[in-house]
Design a protein around this ligand. Structure first.
Ligand code: UD1
Length: 438
């Protein structure tokens, strides 16, 4: 059976699909399209663990109506692509790439979710908002140490790759799911493309930096969001022909959804507010620093109201240490927010205080002042061109920078090259034109 689509042919009159609960037999080739949709629905987000569904079947069953229709108008050899996502920041990067590749009739796509993030508000809600298809497979790895998480993803992803032998696997960003899938592909000699390649903080105490360096060493196609990415890769000896400067796919999603987000602004927002996110292990796993940070944020909230959607890691640490904000704090704590709501809040924020990578980029695009509680950043263009200021772990500096912004002290800023809403189209072109011999 062909990968990811069903092609009616004169020799195949009967299509039989065996699924978990039903045997469905389609007798009429002209009915294939509508009945395929029913089957896809039955199999959406098939779980690998705890299921006796045959993996190769689960994949091939996931023909989309568009794929099936497209297959009839294309004589080109199918290009079979697997996208691997796992954690919140992956979803907004993969969404525009999936969409851009759908325009190529020869491309068949499958989406694998590793299950690294599993709460509805860290994962599920993004699929609906971003217009992403349900993942064909969810590896359900869940939480664990870095080794446990990486190993579980590798163990569960390897059989999928072995059974489907895709033409290329696309991985995104710097999370554990990215490096785990990259290692599997490299050892099985499956071509690998890394979207958001080349970023470096030069800080190997960050787990994400290890993930970036390893993934880039293994990738065949390195798609960079900014020119510093190209320079880093060249310095590390990556052959020039593998590197493509495509721009920032995360900004594609922002550009596409900004009007919708702006229409969802909550009514009762204060005229000025600081928006906060904080989840890096270096900030929240260090109890001494976490106490200091909490106290500083408490003080900042007396100068400007604060909205703080809290990452589960941070919530856990605060609970473990029995820490909370004072009664005097003007602090609105929320669960992690859906993409559109969070984007809406960024657009209107007086400032954003964060340790996230993606938010440094989004605030730069939006021209909103950003104070980053880290000693370094793998996204230096957000500082040199954008609105970002690295305050490090210096809480006096953080307080001073907040005061500067409140007094109206804004630095001139701009948008980096190719952060133009069309990066995913350049990714798609590079993937489709990739030649194994190079
Ligand atoms: C991961 C990424 C980080 C990214 C961040 C965005 C790595 C190494 N890190 O960090 O680059 O910026 O995602 O969120 O991949 N948890 C839940 N529910 C969830 C997800 C996580 O409760 O849906 C809790 C678990 O207790 C888990 C902890 O949060 O142990 C941390 O999750 P983990 O996947 O290890 O990494 P993040 O800190 O989310």
């Amino acid at each position: 059976m062909p990968f990811l689509h069903f092609r009616p042919s004169s020799t195949t009159k009967f299509y039989a699909y065996k699924c978990h609960y039903f045997d469905i037999v389609l007798e009429c080739p002209s009915c294939t399209l509508s009945l395929t949709l029913v089957v896809s629905h039955l199999y959406s987000a098939t779980s690998i663990q705890g299921s006796d569904v045959d993996r190769s079947d689960a994949f091939s069953r996931h023909s989309r109506a568009t794929d099936a229709a497209d297959s009839d108008i294309s004589d080109a050899k199918p290009v079979r692509i697997i996208h691997v996502v796992g954690a919140r920041p992956n979803f907004m990067k993969a969404a525009p790439v999936l969409r851009a590749l759908r325009r190529f009739p020869e491309v068949r796509q499958a989406l694998v979710h590793t299950g690294q993030h599993y709460d509805a508000n860290m994962s599920g809600v993004f699929f609906a908002e971003l217009g992403m298809p349900e993942p064909e497979l969810n590896l359900q790895v869940g939480s664990g140490s870095h080794a446990q998480q990486t190993a579980a993803i590798m163990t569960r992803f390897e059989p999928i790759v072995l059974e489907t032998r895709p033409d290329m696997v696309l991985v995104y960003g710097d999370v554990n799911s990215t490096v785990a899938a990259a290692l599997v592909c490299a050892k099985l000699l499956i071509p690998l493309a890394h979207v958001e390649a080349g970023l470096r903080s030069f800080d190997r105490t960050m787990p994400e930096e290890i993930n970036r360096v390893v993934t880039d060493q293994l990738a065949d196609l390195l798609l960079t969001p900014s020119i510093d990415g190209n320079e880093n890769l060249q310095r590390e000896g990556v052959p020039e022909c593998r590197i493509h400067f495509v721009g920032n796919v995360m900004i594609d999603t922002l550009v596409q959804l900004l009007p919708k987000a702006q229409s969802q602004l909550p009514d009762e927002l204060p005229p000025q507010y600081a928006l906060i996110t904080m989840h890096r292990p270096s900030n929240v796993d260090d109890s001494t620093f976490l106490r200091e940070l909490l106290q500083t944020l408490d003080e900042i909230s007396r100068e400007i109201p604060v909205i703080f959607p809290m990452h589960p890691r941070t919530r856990q640490r605060l609970a473990e240490l029995g820490l909370s904000f004072s009664c005097a704090a003007r602090m609105r704590l929320t669960e992690p927010l859906p993409y559109l709501q969070f984007l809406a809040l960024q657009t209107r924020a007086t400032m954003v205080i964060t340790d996230s990578g993606g938010i440094q980029e989004e605030t730069t695009y939006l021209g909103v002042p950003c104070l980053t509680v880290r000693e370094n950043t793998e996204r230096p263009v957000t500082v040199t061109i954008g609105t970002n200021v690295l305050v490090g772990r210096n809480m006096v500096r953080l307080g001073d920078e907040v005061k500067r912004i409140l007094k109206g002290g804004r630095r001139p800023s701009g948008v980096p090259p190719l952060w133009d809403g069309h990066a995913a189209e350049r990714v798609a072109a590079a993937v489709v034109n990739w030649q194994p011999s190079r």
